[in-house]
Each structure stands twice: as C-alpha cells, then as structure tokens.
Design a binder for this molecule. Structure first.
Ligand code: IPE
Ligand code: IPE
Ligand code: MG
Length: 249
C-alpha cells in the first residue's frame, strides 16, 4: 500500500473511527489475476463480479451510505470483442441475480454512465433494477457502466448551455453547485475515499469532477478478484488516518 509507513503503524480503533460517507472503487486487476493463473481474462471478470457482490453487501452492512463502483469505462470498448461480449453477459447475469436479491438487501441501485450504448435487453434490465430498488433506504449503489468523467462533464455542459440558449439560465448562474447538479451523481455527496487496487496509480477517467477533494488509497499489492472485506477495512483505517484540509489549515 502506498502509505506513509510511520502513519500506517498508527492503530485505528474501528469502533470509533470516522467512516467515509461516499466510497468509490476502481475495480481493477481482473485481467492480470486471470493471466497469473493461465486463464482467459474473462475468468478474472467472473471472480471480480463475485468480489463486487461481497464488497457491496459488506459496505452496506457497516453503514457506508454511498458506494460508486467503476465497472466499465467509456474507453473499455477498445478491448477485444470476445472480452466485451463476456463482460456484457456477466453484467446481464449479475443484474438478474441482483433483481432476485434486492428485496433482502435494502440497497438502492442506480447506473451512472451512458447506458444507451448497451443492448436493449441489458438496458431493460438496468431500468428494472433501478425501478425495483428505488424505494430502498439502505446504501445507495452507483454502478458506473459506460462511464467516463470527461463524457459526464461534456453531457453536463451540453445540458447547461441548452438552458442558457433557451434563456432559462444566465451565464452568471453557472457555479460549482449547478454543475454538480448536472452530474450523474446529483444529490449525492462527493466521494470521500477512492480505492484502486492492482498497482495503477491513476484515475482512468473516474469521477473527475466529484473527486476534487477525495482521498485516494492505492492498494498495489492486491488485484480486484482477491479484494477482501479486510482489505476494505484497511482502506477505511487509512482514510481515518488522513487529515483532510480542503485547502484550509
Ligand atoms: C477491471 O479489470 C475490469 C474492467 C476494466 C472491466 P481489468 O480488465 O482492467 O484488469 P487488468 O487491469 O487488465 O488486470
Ligand atoms: C479502469 O480500469 C476502468 C475500470 C476498472 C472499469 P482500466 O483497466 O480500464 O484502466 P487503465 O486502462 O489501466 O487506465
Ligand atoms: Mg485494468
């Protein structure tokens, strides 16, 4: 973990530590996990999907209010067709399962990203999942699919400029709060903590606008399929050690 060594040794009392309200996870490393085992990349995605379910349930159980997971980026269409097809099948199977499980989970799921790029069958399931979970009062789960931070900002700019062109808004009305209201995550707090396993130290276009003051935890020793609830706990401990200043003193 890319932590300050001395600080990492600082013991955190998990019963009293400050929890982030909104956690983002870049679920990375599925392909390398599979490659290490001589398996096709798809096999890593399959285990990664199971990890996603486990971590989502756990995050809800410990009181995380908002969780955003990066499942498929606007750039991931560059991958081989075989891998994309396998991912689409996996999303479909996951959603079928999620629809079945939601009644017990109390998790409200929404999708962020341009879902119109998916097959009509998958889109239908996405809408059903959102509708069925819309009255849930537990954690809010944002699944980022065909999501890109730049794409999201472009979309917001188009909406806002259309309102200006229609005379509904004045250019002076445009401020950070208004822009936030045009993001997919409108009404939700910005992510406090963003976790990325797998050893890549970049955002890869995740929540660009919302992450202005997010704390990043890069966990380079772990690939997403192996990510455990204890790894999440370690990231939460590290978050509790951070001193957030937001530009103040
Ligand atoms: C993340 O794992 C899952 C998706 C991007 C869909 P990767 O597939 O990027 O795995 P690596 O980074 O190649 O190991
Ligand atoms: C980011 O991972 C997207 C998801 C985890 C869904 P990538 O594997 O696509 O990112 P890069 O290509 O390493 O930056
Ligand atoms: Mg990757």
């Amino acid at each position: 973990m890319l932590f300050n060594k001395k600080k990492t040794e600082e013991k955190i009392d998990r019963s009293t530590r400050i929890l982030p309200t909104h956690v983002g996870i870049i679920m990375d490393g599925n392909g390398r996990w599979a490659k290490k085992r001589g398996l096709p990349r798809q096999a890593g995605h399959k285990v990664g999907a199971a990890t996603f379910k486990k971590i989502t349930r756990y995050a809800n159980s410990i009181g995380i209010k908002n969780l955003t997971v990066y499942a498929f980026s606007t750039e991931n269409w560059k991958r081989p067709k075989e891998e994309i097809d396998a991912l689409m099948d996996l999303f479909y199977d996951y959603l079928i399962e999620a629809l079945r499980d939601f009644s017990e989970e109390n998790i409200r799921t929404i999708f962020i990203g341009d879902v119109t790029a998916f097959s009509p069958k998958l889109q239908q399931l996405i809408h059903e999942t959102e509708a069925i979970s819309s009255d849930k009062t537990g954690m809010r789960l944002n699944i980022a699919m065909n999501y890109g931070g730049r794409d999201e900002i472009v979309r917001a700019m188009r909406e806002i400029s259309a309102e200006v062109a229609e005379g509904k808004l004045q250019p002076e009305d445009i401020d950070p709060a208004l822009i936030s209201d045009h993001m997919y995550t409108f009404g939700q707090p910005d992510p406090d903590l963003i976790i990325r396993p797998s050893g890549e130290y970049r955002t890869s276009n995740f929540l660009l606008w919302q992450s202005a003051y997010s704390e990043y935890v890069f966990m380079d020793e772990i690939l997403w399929p192996d990510f455990s609830t204890e790894d999440l706990e370690r990231a939460l401990d590290e978050y509790a050690r951070r001193n957030r200043r937001f530009g103040g003193v």
